[in-house]
Design a protein around this ligand. Structure first.
Ligand code: CU
Ligand code: ZN
Length: 180
């Protein structure tokens, strides 16, 4: 895990986080993006998340450790800024369509709503699903935004956060490969 994170860190060095306005790469869709999740203050949650463009959507894979066993809210947040000790600098859920919070497969959801990671007894969570709402270019682009893991389960209904609680790990999403 640590070696993988180091490799991703080298790959992502030089990606400037998006602070405001549309991502700089919004017009040129990427084919592959990734984030390294870093623990917030008091947390020991680390991980990596990758996003691959496919014909049926964006394939998301996450590998996260240091969690309490059980479900943990997992979202893309609006701003690529994990600098605050509690990661509140990343803003709320990425919601370009002004929709209510919801389930990843629900009719109404924030674009950034990815449901939950589920950690096993050792505190490790693996997540793999293809999402049709997030994108690596255009209005729903997640490039330069933040991916977040929470302390509590996202109930997929409470507004506007799913009652997912504190932010345990945050990573800025950067382009690994451009469109091919
Ligand atoms: Cu979140
Ligand atoms: Zn949401």
């Amino acid at each position: 895990m640590r070696n993988g994170a180091a490799i991703l860190l080298v790959t992502l060095a030089g990606c400037a986080p998006v602070q405001d306005g549309p991502p700089a790469a919004a017009d040129a869709a990427a084919s592959y993006a990734a984030a390294v999740l870093h623990p917030t203050t008091g947390s020991s949650v680390w991980g990596t998340v990758t996003f691959a463009a496919t014909d049926s959507g964006v394939l998301i894979r996450a590998d996260v450790s240091g969690l309490a066993p059980g479900a943990h809210g997992f979202h893309v947040h609006e701003w690529g800024d994990c600098s605050a000790p509690d990661a509140t600098s990343a803003g709320g859920h990425f919601n370009p369509e002004a929709s209510p919070h919801g389930a990843p497969d629900g009719a109404e959801r924030h674009v950034g709503d990815l449901g939950n990671l589920v950690a096993d007894a050792s505190g490790t969570a693996r997540y793999e699903r293809t999402d049709r709402r997030i994108a690596l270019g255009g209005a729903n682009s997640i490039i330069g935004r933040a991916v977040m893991v929470h302390a509590a389960e996202d109930d997929l209904a409470s507004q506007p956060t799913g009652s997912a609680g504190a932010r345990l790990a945050c990573g800025v999403i950067g382009i690994v490969r451009g469109a091919e």
